[in-house]
Design a protein around this ligand. Sequence first.
Ligand code: ATP
Ligand code: MG
Length: 394
Amino acid sequence: SEFGSASSRKVIKLLGDAGYEAVFVGGSVRDYLLGKDASDIDIATSASPEEVKQVFPNTIDVGIEHGTVMVLMDREPIEVTTYRTESTYTDHRRPDEVKFVKSLKEDLRRRDFTINALALTVSGELIDPFGGRDDLKGRVIRAVGNAQDRFTEDALRMVRAVRFASVLGFEVEAGTRQAISGNAEKIRHVSVERIKVEMDKLMKGKEPNKGFALIAETGLSHHLPVFPQDIRILSESVPFEDALQGWAALMLAGGFTASEVARAYKLSNREKEFLSAVHVAFDRRQLGRYTTDDYYRFPFDVICAAENIWQAFNPSEDGIPQHEIAMKQRELPIRSKDELQVNGKDLMAWTEQRGGPWLGEWMDRIEKAVLHRECPNDTEKIKEWFFNEYKRQE
Ligand code: ATP
Ligand code: MG
């Protein structure tokens, strides 16, 4: 089958008609050769950003300083990046300047790993100057050129190596791996935002245990924030259902709090709240199986994450399968206070009393009574129950 969408092929053909070279590059070519669904498609071209803009009427400058122009082709956004090299890195992260070049090979040379330094023409010819196809076959992650130099240029590539090991299940080639060990401390120069992007992908990978083990074995763990030194525990808890489960495992394995992980990796509030709920649920699970109150209090995905990780830490004990968690939650008489058939206004009407803190207290008691089936969730039944209790109070 043909590679790329009709619009992306059209973009390449039009650039060709205008006298420029244009090819598919990067991760999508790699994934295509692996028989996986192509991710975002990247196009590289010999045309400068200005020249690209002259060829297409509808473009958006998305990263023009890096040579990237977004072309809107039949309403589909297609990213086109001018062949470039990145010269003189002085701080182990971003290049001091981006230089546009005319040669595809130069462009491929600045890419991180041989499996990512592949290009595909629109007629299906593979351009592979660094042996990427062989490394795909050998399932190897190997730096393009001198690994030591490449990691010195941009230290993030070390984390990218271990994330590809997780995502693809590949081995990191010995020399590349040695260069990670030798340069691990340089990861300290890289922003956590960039590291987080790669860690998220590592967590979602099919073999995160491989990624974690590599991080520990190469010593990257000593230089990454909140990374547990003992990853044996983590190696059991995989694969994760999503990246957040991975972060939760990292937190619990290392004995960190949600706030510590959130601060270190600049997690969003939503992510932090999830981690903190998983922490509470996990601590509860340490004491025994979940109670009705737990099933009521924690969302499904929070319990699932806590349970997955708990099982990984306690492999010889009986876990609770997901369908049982789902069933327990389905069987609850209510899932939240909103589902109660009465509210504060009803209580005020029944008692002819004004609002106040007593309302909240009684709503809490009603919620509990309904949850524990002391009283059905029915207006009249709740009213009966309420007056019984209310009178007893007086
Ligand atoms: P994914 O499928 O996860 O997106 P990808 O290989 O496409 O994987 P991206 O981060 O999207 O990864 O980068 C696209 C391409 O850009 C890579 O395949 C690689 O050729 C190049 N690249 C990205 N980051 C770097 C880097 N830090 N150093 C060198 N080349 C890089
Ligand atoms: Mg990509």
